[in-house]
Design a protein around this ligand. Structure first.
Ligand SMILES: [Zn+2]
Length: 299
């Protein structure tokens, strides 16, 4: 009986010991599992961080490649001297009526007459120059313009639509010639220009946006007009020149008036005193375009 009791007790003790050992082992396994899970979690979060860092690095690479010169079009590398200082100061008084006379397609013998009238009437104007029209005499007119306080802008070298508007490279090539020419004659770095036939013309349609962006990048601002004398179209008369300006003058408080001073525009120079008087009588004063905010055709 006693032996049976001892045997039974031993069995219970052994069982308890086995249970205790198993429980301990289970606890150890669970702890190990927990540890493994946390190590995995840590690994995963490290991986995630690494991936995020890689993405950021890739994005930064992408951003910097956008601004690197490699991605800019080839024409941006052409004519490294064709850059100007964009130092226009717009002084237009919003409460004042100011007219901006502008003459395209010169210089010619008519430029001399225009300059004489402007001096006589004490008016400052803007001249958009054609490089191929500059003769020795013309060089003198350009110097006179600077001396007498007028502003010189660039129109074109050739004024041939199939020369200048077939590509951005060709436009820049043409522009660069007249830009350097004017610099050599006057020492001035021109910073305003006007497109032949205006900015919205059928010839330049395909390249206009990229071209104006490129010209802006190089520091140049362009000006269209709000009133045209139509003095280079058809058979103008003194009446038609004056009337065309007058009918569109008040479209803007700061009208930009397009006229021409090429060799065929003798009538414009002759009518100019009358035009200036008419504009003055309507309450306008005069200034040069570099003092006015650029105006672009809205179409
Ligand atoms: Zn023109």
């Amino acid at each position: 009986m006693k032996n049976k009791f001892i045997f039974g007790l031993t069995l219970i003790i052994i069982s308890l010991l086995i249970i205790a050992i198993f429980q301990r082992q289970y606890r150890d396994t669970a702890r190990l599992e927990e540890q493994t899970v946390s190590v995995w979690k840590e690994y995963e979060s490290l991986q995630l961080m690494a991936e995020m860092e890689n993405n950021i690095a890739r994005e930064n690479d992408h951003d910097s490649s956008l601004t690197s010169t490699e991605d800019l079009p080839d024409y941006t590398q052409l004519f490294p001297n064709l850059y100007t200082e964009k130092n226009l100061t717009y002084t237009t008084d919003e409460n004042k009526k100011i007219a901006y006379l502008s003459f395209d397609d010169g210089p010619s013998k008519n430029t001399a007459k225009v300059l004489e009238v402007l001096k006589d009437k004490d008016v400052k104007a803007t001249f958009f120059i054609v490089g191929s029209a500059i003769t020795e005499e013309g060089e003198g007119y350009l110097k006179q313009m600077v001396e007498e306080g007028h502003t010189i802008g660039i129109h074109t070298y050739s004024h041939l639509c199939n020369e200048i508007y077939c590509s951005i490279e060709r436009y820049l090539d043409d522009f660069n010639m007249v830009y350097q020419q004017i610099y050599d004659i006057t020492g001035m770095k021109v910073n305003i220009y006007r497109f032949p036939w205006g900015s919205s013309n059928g010839y330049s349609k395909g390249i206009k946006d990229s071209l104006t962006e490129e010209m802006d990048r190089r520091g140049f601002s362009y000006y269209d007009w709000t009133a045209s004398a139509d003095d280079s179209i058809g058979k103008p008369s003194a009446y038609s020149i004056r009337h065309n300006i007058e009918k569109d003058l008040d479209r803007d408080d700061h009208p930009i008036i397009l006229m021409h001073d090429s060799v065929i525009n003798g009538l414009t120079a002759k009518t100019l005193p009358d035009i200036i008087d008419m504009i003055r009588e309507k309450g306008y004063s005069f200034d040069t375009l570099d003092h006015r905010e650029p105006y672009h055709f809205p179409w």
